[in-house]
Design a protein. Structure first.
Length: 306
């Protein structure tokens, strides 16, 4: 679970030790520079947020007020340490920041300027709802101006990547899923141990800001091979959204999260089976694998991600 905290004299060294990749240094200030900007922009109500997971400080962000029209919050800097990227932490932290600003609501919008070459940042911002305004600052011609509208009815969420299935959050989600299906499991501990013992299962669990489980998606890499060729595909094993959260784009968000994870790990084919949600997958670009059946006789669907 990601948390935000104020940067102060007790923890600033943890912030200063953060780093990003060589390519990302083109787009971001250093951690010390971000803290310095917070001081320089103090007249604009600037605040520097540290970002931590359960064990480590993993990132830092800077937000300030912009009173000139169109007045808005400006997300000036946002970084996740390179050791913790591609794990869902950036999306989760960004949603937390938006949640704080939505509750404060001094302004109705949040603005961020993103370099056109910073594909990872653009994908993250757009995933949580930022949109390109079309405006190009003549002083920053290589940057997109993105805007997020803070609606008072907004519900913001966290996506947590899990590979240890003794995690209580995943177990809660999975038990709700099987309860809805009407399955009875006598040995839950044994089931979750089996998932761990396989060694390559991963899941994203989505929760609301108050910790309520919204849904999860579990997946793994699988090798499809013959005497002549071999391809590693991404297999979506289990996928569930709680009934009260359906038809609110959570399923779309979760499957997009997994597909990006596959691509980031060099996997360009996603496969799954279903006997209940064919139309959902077809709307998201999956097609029936003609002539292919799962061992349980469910339809097999496939999507080429590039």
């Amino acid at each position: 679970m990601v948390q935000l905290f104020d940067v102060n004299e007790q923890n600033w060294l943890d912030i200063f030790s953060l780093s990003v990749t060589k390519e990302q240094k083109r787009f971001l200030s250093t951690p010390s520079g971000i803290v310095a900007r917070g001081y320089i922009y103090r007249s604009c109500n600037a605040r520097v947020y540290g970002i931590r997971n359960s064990e480590h400080v993993i990132g830092v962000a800077l937000v300030r007020d912009m009173d000139e029209e169109p007045a808005c919050y400006e997300l000036q800097q946002f970084m996740i340490d390179q050791r913790f990227q591609n794990k869902g932490y950036g999306t989760e932290a960004l949603r937390l920041i938006l949640s704080l600003l939505s509750k404060e609501r001094r302004y109705s919008r949040v603005e961020v300027c993103v370099n056109k070459d910073d594909a990872a940042a653009l994908w993250t911002y757009k995933k949580v709802g930022f949109e390109d305004t079309g405006y190009i600052d003549e002083n920053l011609p290589d940057c997109y101006n993105l805007m997020y509208n803070l609606n008072k009815d907004d519900q913001l969420y966290s996506d947590i990547m899990i590979s240890d299935f003794s995690n209580p959050l995943f177990q809660t989600a999975f038990k709700k899923y099987f309860l809805e299906l009407g399955y009875t499991i006598k040995d839950w501990n044994g089931l979750f141990k089996e998932m761990n013992d396989e060694g390559d299962n991963v899941a994203f669990v989505r929760t609301s800001m108050d910790g309520e489980v919204i849904g999860f998606i579990q997946f793994k890499p699988v090798k499809c091979s013959s005497w002549f060729f071999e391809e590693t595909c991404g297999f979506i094993r289990e996928f569930w959204v709680a009934l009260e959260f359906r038809n609110k784009n959570h399923g779309t968000a979760l499957i997009s999260l997994v597909e990006k994870h596959f691509i980031d790990n060099g996997i360009y084919t996603s496969i799954l089976t279903t006997d209940t949600a064919a139309r959902f997958y077809e709307r998201h670009g999956y097609v029936k694998a003609i002539g292919c059946k799962a061992k349980n006789q469910d339809e097999v669907f496939i999507k080429h991600l590039r």
